[in-house]
Design a protein around this ligand. Structure first.
Ligand SMILES: NC(=O)c1ccc[n+]([C@@H]2O[C@H](COP(=O)([O-])OP(=O)(O)OC[C@H]3O[C@@H](n4cnc5c(N)ncnc54)[C@H](O)[C@@H]3O)[C@@H](O)[C@H]2O)c1
Length: 338
């Protein structure tokens, strides 16, 4: 039998959000960071010096050529998720890719098929799934404590908060969309995850741009507000509101699920239920989260299915695609699962 490795060798591609991945791997006892790649030499040199990583490359393909490399985190602008993920998988490396998985579900499906063909793990960096509060609710849902979950509502609304205004985030060809694909992906994913990952079957949505003056210079051809309504195969529904700019009180992120036995909200985590006819609010104290980076290394070592598998990345892209499509057609969109 081959000797089991004690540590998995990781590389990180893209050093904006990628620095968070780098720090996560450095903290994980079962991970080693062997190389970094970024086209921005300043970011690359800074990370090299700060973290003492010896091998750094301006061309990610040179990182992928490293024999000792087992896996990479990909944290580059969204339009590069698909080509870099596919190159990494073809080079025999496991991949954790940032959210959103890709520009659309079709790209995501191609990435997933490449992973399957090469028998490698493709995991999404859906970081919220690893939070202590969300893991706590997930376990309660699995134990049946919520009964039948029939409705959820979620949102992430910012009064003024357009990332990299005029840059890649606000350029559709590079980002795939605005706050829906940037922020919506987080809250929709964590809500559906808490609901037990029901299958979305029909979606209505509307995306609009109302604050072009906030961006001013540069490209801004995406929405700044999105709303949606999702129907699931099990009869449950979910309402969604997302903005980068909106005349609201202040930034707010929320996620609530409602079941026949209990409901829950986050920030702070509270469970609403009823014991023997008396209404009861429960405030679980600081449930411990997991490290997605340690988990990824563990999945590679053991063959475990990740908590945030590539399949759920595609599922999320289908919901986002359907909201954009419904906004265009002004009709409910049926999600095709054939
Ligand atoms: N999970 C989260 O909470 C979270 C938070 C922020 C960003 N993100 C995601 O992370 C990704 C990156 O976002 P960001 O905010 O770090 O953007 P960013 O623009 O700050 O950083 C992207 C980095 O990628 C580098 N890059 C671009 N092309 C490259 C290439 N061909 N090869 C190697 N490096 C290349 C850039 O030089 C830059 O350093 C996006 O997909 C974004 O949605 C996720």
């Amino acid at each position: 039998m081959p000797k089991k490795k004690k540590k998995i060798n990781f590389g990180v591609i893209g050093l904006g959000m990628g620095r968070f991945h780098l720090e996560g791997y450095l903290k994980a006892p079962n991970a080693e960071v062997v190389g970094l790649a970024d086209i921005n030499e300043n970011r690359l040199e800074n990370a090299k010096d700060h973290y003492g990583i010896k091998k750094v490359f301006t061309d990610y393909k040179d990182l992928l050529d490293m024999k000792e490399l087992d896996a990479v985190s990909i944290a580059v602008p969204n339009f590069l998720h698909k080509p870099i993920t596919i190159d990494a998988l073809k080079a025999g490396k496991h991949v954790m890719v940032e959210k959103p998985m890709a520009l659309n579900a079709e790209e995501g499906q191609e990435m997933l098929e490449t992973a399957k063909k090469n028998d490698l793990i493709l995991m999404l960096h859906f970081n919220n799934r690893y939070r202590g509060d969300i893991q706590y609710i997930k376990k309660c849902v699995e134990a049946g404590d919520f009964g039948e979950i029939y409705f959820a509502k979620t949102g992430w609304i910012r009064r003024r908060g357009i990332p990299g205004a005029g840059g890649w985030f606000t350029t559709k060809a590079k980002s795939g969309g605005g706050p829906l694909i940037d922020l919506g992906v987080h809250v929709i994913d964590m809500t559906m995850y808490m609901m037990g990952s029901p299958k979305p079957v029909a979606v209505s949505g509307c995306v609009v741009q109302k604050f072009p003056q906030v961006v001013g210079k540069g490209t801004f051809d995406v929405e700044d507000f999105a709303s949606g309504y999702v129907r699931f195969e099990n009869g449950a529904t979910m309402a969604v509101e997302i903005s980068w700019a909106m005349n609201c009180a202040s930034e707010r992120q929320y996620s609530e699920i409602y079941g026949t036995k209990a409901g829950a909200t986050l920030n702070p985590l509270t469970i609403w239920s009823d014991r023997n006819g008396i209404l009861e609010d429960i405030s679980p104290q600081n449930p411990k989260g997991l490290s997605q980076f340690e988990h990824f290394a563990d999945c590679i070592m053991t063959g475990k299915i990740p908590i945030s598998p590539g399949e759920h990345g595609v599922l999320m892209m289908k919901v986002l695609d359907a909201i954009y499509e419904s906004s265009k057609t002004k009709k409910e969109v049926i999600i095709n699962w054939d």
